[in-house]
Design a protein around this ligand. Structure first.
Ligand code: XLS
Ligand code: NI
Ligand code: NI
Length: 443
């Protein structure tokens, strides 16, 4: 069986997407993403580690809160759950191979539907994991991360790890265990926790401290179990402020860092930062990346974007070059992502119903990141950006400034110096200059 086509070809008439350069007018070609091209000390492919999100691309028929799905997914036709899962996987590997995507990410239930009993769910997952192993081997495609969907099933309506009922927490544990098993068996590079129901709808019925203690307990058990079973990768927590719960405990990067510190999980966990979650938290994507990077905890990213008019998690494909360049600046300055990659946690809009639209979406997003990478690299290498940012803080390099930084100064010393110097000279922050500098390097 051909890995490119599986038992049948789903994306007929579309060949492997090639790099044709910025002059090409072929919509099914890369204009900027050239995996082998070197940018600084690495190839684009090595910098970017693009991954496809199984849920948005192969499971979702694009339903929204106001109506059912709109698109036909030919791989979801079989009545038999295992056959359906295999067909879906054929489609996924065909798509990734044609796109040149080297990684994928999944929730347990994206691979195969959950069954009536835990034992049967385990058997189903094992059977599709066995199939995935073959596909991986044939194609060379790897698992960037696995995760458990602990938010869709009605049993988790009051939380999974934070559920007030212990039996539900135990059930979440069983599901977590099999998602970790699947990730380990598929040599997953990382394992992600996104707690969509780990939060509350009203504090009136909620003991926040207790719920967070329980959640930390579950994460600790997951870590210990995975390590015991040979998992060497990173664990990531993915912050999000709201949706589906009104208030999620993993609100933003700073909150998650505090949680990981409080519960002594800093050594094994890092952060998976998603663009649209950052903006929902009223931060910018680059802010969240910087918070993670400053703590040495920038693990991976979920690439997408929100919408200026719709205030929810629209998970659109990232196409805004200026935003992506700002993100790539932070990522490059941080020395790259730790163990992770760029997962397109993005869905087509509900009216993009052709299978070909999946290609346009990913090509555009990959080209945008390639351009953002080149622009950011150019800014760092060939502009005054780094020098000027450093110079803004130059006064902390002089004798008194250094003593302040080192902690060998008192508040009385500050007063003495202030009196001696009088009113400080005004120094411009030059924001527009910096904004123009960024734009000049975006090509
Ligand atoms: C939802 C989250 C989800 C995680 C994986 O908003 O982004 O897709 O990435 O559970
Ligand atoms: Ni995500
Ligand atoms: Ni999201």
């Amino acid at each position: 069986m051909d890995v490119l086509t599986g038992e049948r070809e789903y994306f007929k008439g579309i060949d492997k997407i090639k790099y044709e350069g910025p002059e090409s007018d072929n919509p099914l070609a890369f204009k900027y993403y050239n995996p082998e091209k070197r940018v600084g000390d690495k190839t684009m492919q090595e910098h970017l580690h693009f991954a496809v999100a199984y849920w948005h691309s192969f499971s979702s028929r694009l339903a929204d809160p106001f109506g059912p799905g709109t698109r036909e997914l030919p791989w979801l036709q079989s009545k038999d759950p295992i056959q359906r899962a295999r067909d879906k996987m054929d489609a996924a590997f065909e798509f990734m191979t044609k796109m040149g995507l080297k990684y994928f990410c999944f929730h347990d239930v994206d691979l195969v539907d959950e069954a009536e009993t835990i034992a049967e769910s385990e058997r189903r997952l094992q059977s599709i994991v066995d199939y995935a192993k073959e596909k991986k081997k044939e194609s060379g495609i790897e698992l960037l991360w696995g995760t458990a969907n602990l938010f869709s099933h009605p049993r988790y309506m009051n939380g999974a790890g934070t559920n007030p009922v212990f039996e539900v927490v135990a059930h979440a544990g069983a599901q977590l265990k099999r998602a970790i098993d699947a990730t380990i068996e598929l040599d997953g590079h990382n394992y992600v926790f996104w707690g969509g129901r780990e939060g509350y709808m009203t504090l009136l019925n909620t003991q926040m401290k207790k719920e967070k203690d329980h959640y930390a307990q579950l994460l600790t058990m997951a870590r210990d179990y995975a390590r015991k079973n040979g998992f060497k990768g990173n664990f990531f927590v993915e912050p999000k402020p709201m949706e589906p719960m009104k208030q999620l405990y993993d609100t933003d990067a700073a909150t998650v860092l505090q949680f990981l510190r409080e519960y002594d999980l800093m050594d094994d966990f890092k952060l998976n930062i998603e663009a649209n979650h950052a903006t929902l938290a009223l931060h910018s994507f680059e802010h969240e990346l910087q918070v993670a990077a400053d703590a040495g905890m920038l693990g991976s990213i979920d690439a997408n974007r929100g919408d200026e008019q719709n205030g929810w998690d629209t998970d659109q494909f990232p196409t805004k070059l200026n935003d992506v360049t700002r993100a790539m600046l932070v990522i490059l300055e941080a020395g790259g992502l730790q163990g992770g990659g760029i997962n397109f946690d993005a869905k087509l809009t509900r009216n993009s119903t052709d299978l070909e639209d999946m290609f346009h979406a990913h090509i555009g997003a990959m080209d945008t990141f390639a351009r953002g990478l080149m622009a950011a690299d150019d800014i760092l290498r060939n502009s005054s950006y780094s020098k000027l940012r450093k110079e803004r803080y130059a006064t902390f390099e002089n004798e008194e400034g250094k003593r302040f930084v080192n902690g060998s100064m008192s508040l009385e010393d500050l007063r003495r110096i202030a009196v001696k110097n009088g009113e400080p000279q005004q120094v411009s922050g030059r924001q527009e200059f910096f904004e123009n500098l960024l734009n000049t390097h975006i090509r």
